[in-house]
Design a protein. Structure first.
Length: 83
């Protein structure tokens, strides 16, 4: 079962906080309002990506397939780190 899913990316994109980040804490992926190191985010969190980075990656918009592929790439990258 993947740690990072398209639902995580949808939640990140839905955030009103431009500093929001997708992080992994204790093996669980979650969206936090502000990226750790930039404010009030958990300091022990592993930052996977930020809202702004996902928007830039998807450029002019995204369909479901693009979001699924991005989630898979992020999950594979996390696995390669031992996450």
């Amino acid at each position: 079962m993947p740690t990072i899913t398209p639902d995580h990316l949808y939640a990140l994109l839905a955030s009103d906080d431009r500093g929001a980040a997708l992080v992994v804490i204790g093996g669980e992926a979650t969206v936090v309002p502000t990226a750790p190191g930039r404010g009030d985010g958990p300091e022990d969190a592993l930052v996977i990506t930020t809202r702004d980075a996902v928007i830039a990656e998807l450029d002019t918009g995204a369909n479901e397939e693009q979001i699924e592929r991005l989630a898979q790439r992020l999950d594979v990258a996390l696995d390669s780190l031992g996450g």
